[in-house]
Structure formats: structure tokens, C-alpha cells
Design a protein around this ligand. Structure first.
Ligand code: ZN
Length: 199
């Protein structure tokens, strides 16, 4: 039982913006530890993750991206009907359609840990994500559109996978080149220090 019940609304305010780690940092490329304690420490982490995601103008952020090897991500992302979904997902698992129900959708994808670079990646256009919320309660989110992509991308982070791992060598090379072109805009501690063209 959590010592205190908190709402997503509470956790979306009062956090501290943290630097976002870049691909290559080992914490981003290792599986994470499951969340077992739904306590003040988790609440503080989640608050800081929301603050960091909003400062970076992202739709999802995993704990590994702020250097914590715990299986938790936050999201604030529209689905295919432009319905906004906001929440906390711990110990996430994704179920994808199989057989004739499996439809791939190719769209540009990016990662806050490789800022300024986007490239097309085909993923199933529908995903069910199951896990625990910030209070340790079971939750299930059905993702369509961008939300389907977000839930798959963030769950990958919990397993130490970045979306570059899902690209063919040539596409990955292009993605890194795009990041290199944009890298000057992003200070090392971004988004603590905003993007250069936003100051
Ligand atoms: Zn990412």
C-alpha cells in the first residue's frame, strides 16, 4: 500500500528540471529495475520527470533519460482522435497486434536523448500498455496514433532499448548525422539551459 495517494495532476507541478542524458550513456542501454516502492522518492522522481519532459517539449520521458535505472515513464500525448492522455507508467509491458491485425505505420520518430533528429520508423499503429500507476494500482492504456508510438518507444527505454537500435545501419547513420547538425542548439544540460534559439 502506498503511504499516500497522489494524483497525476499533483505530480505534474512543482518538479525540478533535470538534464536529459544522451544516447551512449550506459544507463540508457541497460535494462532497468522494476519499481517496488510507491513512496516519496518515486513521487519526487516522477515530478522531476514531468517538469523535464515539459521543458523539453516531449510527449514521453523515461527515468533512464534523467539517469535513474528504474522502470518508470511519464507521458502526455494525444491519440489518433486527438484525445490527450497523461500519466505515469511503472513496470510497463506492451502488447502488440499479431497476424492480420498487425498494421505497421511509418512516421518520423525522435528521442529527447538524441535531440534535434527525427527519422522514419515503422511500428504497429496500435499498442496496449499495461503496468502500475504512481500509487501501485494496475493500469492499462490503449494507444493509437502518436500514443501507440509513444508507449512502444518509452517501454523500449525501460528495457534499455533506444529507437536507433530498431533502425537499419544506414538510417541510423543518417539519424546521427541529423543530430550532429542540430547538436550546437542543445547545451549539455538541456533542457535545464534552454535550446540556444529559445533564450
Ligand atoms: Zn526516447
Amino acid at each position: 500500500m502506498p503511504s499516500q495517494i497522489s494524483t497525476v495532476e499533483e505530480l505534474r507541478t512543482g518538479g525540478t528540471i533535470l538534464p536529459i542524458l544522451r544516447w551512449g550513456n550506459p544507463v540508457l542501454h541497460r535494462p532497468t529495475r522494476p519499481v517496488t516502492a510507491f513512496d516519496d522518492e518515486l513521487r519526487e522522481l516522477v515530478r522531476n520527470m514531468f517538469a523535464t519532459m515539459y521543458a523539453a517539449e516531449g510527449v514521453g520521458l523515461a527515468a533512464t533519460q534523467v539517469g535513474v535505472d528504474l522502470a518508470v515513464f511519464v507521458y502526455d500525448c494525444p491519440d489518433d482522435d486527438q484525445v490527450r492522455h497523461v500519466g505515469v507508467m511503472c513496470n510497463a509491458e506492451v502488447s502488440l497486434p499479431e497476424g492480420k491485425d498487425r498494421k505497421l505505420h511509418a512516421a518520423d520518430e525522435g528521442c529527447l536523448s538524441l535531440p534535434g533528429a527525427y527519422i522514419e520508423l515503422a511500428r504497429p499503429d496500435y499498442a496496449i500498455c499495461r503496468g502500475l500507476d504512481q500509487n501501485g494500482e494496475n493500469v492499462q492504456v490503449i494507444g493509437t496514433g502518436l500514443l501507440a508510438r509513444c508507449l512502444q518507444h518509452e517501454t523500449d527505454h525501460l528495457n534499455g532499448i533506444v529507437f536507433g537500435d530498431r533502425l537499419a545501419g544506414r538510417a541510423r547513420k543518417k539519424l546521427y548525422a541529423l543530430h550532429e547538425d542540430a547538436a550546437d542548439l542543445y547545451p549539455d544540460d538541456w533542457p535545464v539551459t534552454p535550446r540556444d534559439d529559445k533564450e
